[in-house]
Design a protein around this ligand. Structure first.
Ligand code: ZN
Length: 397
């Protein structure tokens, strides 16, 4: 542990020295710092090895849940390198897989009728919006918001969060899923775990353990959803990202050094390990607050007390594409029953601007600089069903 602290102090010192000596003097300090960081990260430049080490430091932050990964293909920790992230059961880029997401959804199938309505039994929930530096994320306060009617099981699914994906500004592709090659303007994922599991993590090793409802947004088609509008209205409140958990601390040092000295990535994949510091007593208090998601938490921007009707998050047209796939970010667990709405929900251009302004966890970047879209994955012979669910009784306009 002491070694890590000394190492990090050394890196910071070298970086500061390189700054203090002037940009035009020499890059040797920066290169030393870079080498130190790279040497520290065991297995970084090893041969391809998608399997996690048995001992190991995992790419987790202090909460034990987050790892540092990027959507920047040039960063060495971009999507093509996610297999390097040292998670247990990391399924990213597992070449044997055939269940990865997102995909381009084929559209030539006939529509089948689902027996049960897809719905939540609750019509009012309260939650909070936060910026975790990967995407803006709404989390319900109540951990028992149940979705019924997910095909293939009689069990209900408990809502964990609603988060948003969008592409780099100006790029044609702005959604993770595409439908018949068609791209929309942003995508929401409503993530649930099956009610017989304690949480997403536990559910993520069981096929069908997770259900994600994907809603595609368009500035030209569909109706606005009051529930999404209630979330979008608060985006400005979570625009900033505060890196209190140091998830990408090491990466940010690398970026800092590289930017100053104009150093290029060499294109090789790195896993991004985060040293775990012993938290001094004062920080332990902060950490507890983070876990409780209190308003004063210093773990990033929060906006609490957002009220919405979860049924209004679901697609008004009630037709969904259903397939077996994976989470679209590490660990890419192949446990997901996907329900991708066939018709878009309306989004305003102002909301797209508000999404584009949200800061990423990489210092000085917006999420929209690189976007947060995983490249499309192979369908690999999977069947995608088109399901029409019985309509909801109440519709919004
Ligand atoms: Zn997602």
């Amino acid at each position: 542990m002491a070694f890590k602290v000394v190492l990090m102090l050394g890196v910071v010192f070298l970086a500061q020295q390189s700054l203090a000596t002037g940009f035009d003097f020499t890059t040797s300090y920066a290169r030393k710092a870079l080498t130190l960081v790279e040497d520290y990260l065991p297995g970084h430049y090893n041969d391809f090895n998608p399997h996690p080490t048995s001992h190991g430091e995992r790419a987790f932050c202090q909460t034990g849940e987050e790892s540092c990964f990027s959507y920047d293909p040039d960063s060495g920790i971009g999507p093509q390198c996610w297999f390097k992230i040292d998670y247990p059961r990391n399924k990213c880029c597992d070449e044997r897989n055939s269940f990865q997401s997102p995909i381009d959804i084929p559209v030539n199938q006939r529509t089948r009728h689902a027996r049960n309505r897809l719905r939540y039994r609750r019509n009012h929930i309260k939650g909070e919006l936060e910026n975790n530096g990967i995407y803006p994320k709404f989390e319900p306060e109540d951990d028992n918001i149940r979705l019924y009617g997910v095909p293939g099981t009689h069990r209900s699914y408990i809502m964990d969060n609603v988060h948003f994906h969008f592409g780099p500004r100006g790029d044609e592709r702005q959604t993770e899923h595409t439908i018949g090659g068609h791209n929309f303007d942003a995508e929401a994922h409503i993530v649930h775990h099956r009610s017989d599991f304690a949480n997403v993590s536990e559910a993520s090793v069981h096929k069908g353990g997770i259900a994600v409802v994907a809603i595609l947004f368009s500035t030209e088609h569909g109706s606005k959803s009051p529930a999404f509008e209630n979330i979008f209205r608060e985006l400005g409140e979570v625009e900033d990202f505060e890196d209190e958990e140091n998830v990408c601390f090491l990466e940010n040092i690398l970026i800092f050094i590289k930017r100053i000295f104009n150093l290029e990535e060499d294109g090789r994949c790195r896993s991004a390990l985060i040293p775990t510091f012993p938290a001094p007593p004062s920080q332990q208090k902060v950490h507890r607050k983070c876990l409780l998601h209190t308003k004063d938490s210093r773990c990033g921007e929060h906006k609490d007390e957002i009220y919405l009707n979860p049924n209004e998050l679901l697609s008004e047209c009630a037709v969904y594409y259903n397939y077996d796939g994976s989470l679209t970010s590490p660990t890419c667990s192949e446990a997901v029953t996907w329900l991708v709405a066939a018709e878009p929900t309306r989004i305003s251009k102002e909301t797209l601007k508000a999404l584009a302004a949200v800061e990423s966890r990489f210092t000085g970047d917006k999420i929209s600089d690189k976007g947060n879209l995983r490249p499309l994955q192979s369908l690999a012979g999977r069947e995608v069903k088109k399901l029409r669910f019985p309509k909801r009784k109440h519709r919004y306009h």
